[in-house]
Design a protein around this ligand. Structure first.
Ligand code: GDD
Length: 334
């Protein structure tokens, strides 16, 4: 069989970089969509994929331009398309609802339309989100739980999910959505709460900071490890029929518990360092997310390899390495 080709949007992000590694390990020819500015500033913008950069084929284009997506899809003729790119920071979606909705909804729509027109046999993955459940109507959340999004981000993901399903039903596209709960790693962006906490712990251990300023400590999330989650994406596109799947650990923890565990790894009490700031609370919060991954387990054979304690530890240790210190605060070579 000829080499399989995959096209990834969002390849420079946390998930895109792990997915690119996974597909390369499976001998795919991996193509990625990047912004023109990323190619002009690779040191800064392509950091997460620098170690595999020479094995990837990157295409400059924009989710805001249907013609650019259409041309790339037509030229590449991918067997699988993973649509991960979006404005993904929920908090920012309150500051700019309009660009979040425009980019996320139109970007998904343009890409689906490009695949339908230019490579209709290509299998399509949409990165849905547990933010679609929002003010969750049942606990735990499954594929059948009704959506009640609480932000422009969540609304944009519901629209993308519906578009993906509609392209499956109306045009026969092999199009699946993962309803992914929070997934973190040492490559997580610094604006998300887990990385903010673990990089904050490292800065305190290194003597470069004294405090971490956070918003709502009582919010509860189902946090998993990102490399496990990209495996589920790939598995979804290897099935006989397209479908939608919840991908989660089935465990929930509060932001406060995350702080407790992260600081205690360095022998610190989070209460001495975490400061809460009302300005960091969201206008509408998602209080509790916990997913039931039974369908993904049974149908895909998917499972997690990293539990909550392991996840916090690997993130704190990685950030300490970046800061050049051991957990005990001793200087180490970076
Ligand atoms: N970012 C952030 N910063 N969040 C904070 C802070 C803070 O200083 N303090 C408390 N939180 C709380 C938020 O209010 C939220 O309840 C929780 O921590 C998690 O926030 P984020 O880490 O920003 O992630 P998220 O849950 O909003 O969204 C992430 O997960 C989704 C999947 O459920 C993102 O990765 C989304 O793109 C993804 O779809």
């Amino acid at each position: 069989m000829s080499q399989r080709k995959a096209f990834i949007t969002g390849i420079t992000g946390q998930d895109g970089s792990y997915l690119a590694e996974l597909l390369l390990s499976k001998d795919y020819e991996v193509h990625g969509l990047v912004r023109r500015v990323a190619l002009e500033d690779p040191g800064h913008r392509l950091g997460r994929i620098a170690h595999v950069r020479d094995r990837l084929i990157l295409h400059a284009g924009s989710l805001e331009s249907f013609p650019s997506l259409y041309q790339i899809v037509r030229q590449v003729q991918p067997h699988e398309c993973y649509h991960l790119a979006s404005q993904s920071f929920v908090s920012y979606s309150f500051d700019d609802e309009f660009s979040t909705l425009n980019t996320n909804i139109n970007g998904t729509h343009y890409l689906l339309a490009a695949v339908k027109e230019a490579a209709p046999a290509c299998r399509f993955y949409f990165a849905g989100s547990s933010e679609m459940f929002g003010k969750a109507e049942e606990v735990p959340q499954t594929e059948l739980t009704r959506f009640h999004p609480r932000s422009a981000y969540g609304i944009s993901k519901v629209a993308g999910f519906d578009l993906t399903r509609n392209y499956r039903e109306a045009y026969g596209l092999y199009a699946s959505s993962g309803i992914l709960f929070n997934h973190e790693s040492a490559r997580r962006g610094y604006e998300f709460v887990t990385r903010k906490i673990t990089s904050g712990v490292a800065a305190i251990v290194a003597g470069k900071a004294k405090q971490v300023r956070l918003g709502n400590l009582e919010a509860r999330r189902d946090w998993g490890h990102a490399p496990d989650y990209v495996e589920a994406m790939w598995m979804m596109l290897q099935q006989g029929v397209p479908d939608d799947y919840v991908v989660a650990t089935g465990e929930t923890h509060s932001v406060r518990e995350f702080c407790q565990v992260a600081f205690s790894l360095a022998g610190l009490d989070y209460r001495d360092h975490v400061v809460t700031d009302a300005l960091l609370h969201r206008p509408a919060e998602v209080d509790l997310l916990i997913g039931n991954p039974a369908k993904a387990r049974a149908t895909l054979g998917w499972s997690t390899h990293t539990n909550f304690q392991m996840l916090v530890r690997l993130m704190v240790e990685a950030d300490c390495r970046v800061a050049g210190v051991s957990l005990a605060g001793k200087a180490i070579g970076v």
